[in-house]
Structures are given as structure tokens and as C-alpha cells.
Design a binder for this molecule. Sequence first.
Ligand code: ADP
Length: 241
Amino acid sequence: MTAALPLISLRSVYRTYRADGVAVTAVRNVSFDIDQGEILAVMGPSGSGKSTLMNMIGLLDLPSEGAIYLEGSNVADLSEDRRSTLRARSIGFVFQSYNLLARHDAIENVALPLVYSGIGRKERLERAAQCLELVGMLHRVHHFPRQLSGGEQQRIAIARALIASPLIVLADEPTGALDSRTGSDILALFAALNQSGQTIVMITHDPSIATRCRRTIRLHDGEVVSDESQVPLAPKRSFAS
Ligand code: ADP
């Protein structure tokens, strides 16, 4: 029996930035695989290379050396156009600051990634409603971002990340702007999405996120210093009335 290909493979990946004659190697000699259905945290202090790595996994940037394979294809071999298309289809991004458009209501924000997909407006909105239901926000369909709490805005942003049925949801400090209880609810949502098969990669410097993921990769000065699997803690229950 042949094993399934990893979704993503990083092989001896380096990323060096050059500015004004100075070279900074932000990621050095990083190799690991991400399999379909995993939920993993990439941790490390500020400046350890997390964003640089996320940009490469998210097909926004390419390694200076080494290779990244998406379902077996070296992403460096693709044209920029092809890489953009693949990014739109394969990666759902979630950011610390939600990045919702203020002048669009919740359902329009969620449907936005499908605008250039060739899918008609009616179907876009139907799919957006399904994604809003998945994140528990069907009761906020026509609310604008300013009318929503931080946790609600992040749920809308997660629905937007899901709308193109991505191979991977890539979340950059997804709870960084939230109080701990709301952050915990968002982590429980990610865990539930992962239970139904969604592959999720979270970038964080918050150790409490790592305890909720099955696998944690730690970076220091651009290098992987550990890659460990553990049993995730169950979501914290809130007994507040
Ligand atoms: P983290 O997300 O863990 O804070 P980053 O990937 O942002 O780490 O940064 C890693 C290192 O690369 C830092 O030393 C940072 O200053 C440097 N760096 C990041 N982006 C750039 C850039 N565009 N140009 C030059 N140096 C950069």
C-alpha cells in the first residue's frame, strides 16, 4: 500500500532577505510535512521566522533555497498566475486583525473570495450562508463588522477562509486580539472544524494554543528546534450562567 502524499512538504527550506547589502536569513534548513487532516501550531518568539514560514506555506513567498511541494508539485515551478490561482483555491487565511471589509455585511465578506471564481452571486451567497452556519453566525448575516464583537468578527473571517473549501486554513495569531474566553471559543471552533477533516495550521506565540493542537513545531532563530505530537487538551468549559 502506498502512503498518501503529504499536503505540503518543506524540504531544506531557507529564506534570506537582502536589504541595503545586509542579508537576514529568517528561515533556515526547515523540513517537515503537513498531512491532510492535521491541526498544528507553529510557535516561536517574535522574530523567529513564523511569518516568513507562513508566507511560504501560504504560497505568498518562495524559498531562497530548498523546496516546498503542494500535493507533490514544487510550487517554485509554477508561474506567478498559477500560484495565485492555486493560493485562492487551496489556502484560507485567518488573521489576528480579522481583515473584514467595513462597508460589506457579514455574508458579503464571507462570499468575497468567490467573486472572481466564475460562480454566480446567488450560489456565492448560498455557500456563504452555509459557512456562516458552520461557524455559528447565521444570526449575524446582515451585520456589518462594526456591529460585531471581536469574536464574532473572527468567526466571520473563519467562514470567509472556508468558503473556497481550502486544503489548508492558515491562521496567524487568530486569538491574539481576543480576551481569553473568546479566544478559547475560537480555538474550540478550529478544533471542531478539524474534527470534520479540515487541515489547520496556526501560527502563534501563545503557549495555550499549542496545548490545544495535536502537533507543535517550535522555531528559534529560523530553525525548527522541536516537532512534537501530543494529546490535545479538551476545550475549556465555561460554566458562566
Ligand atoms: P516572526 O513572525 O516569528 O516574528 P518574521 O518571520 O517576521 O518572524 O521575521 C524573522 C526575521 O526576518 C526577523 O529578524 C525579521 O526582522 C526579518 N525579516 C522579516 N521580514 C523581513 C523583510 N521583508 N526584510 C528584511 N528582513 C525581514
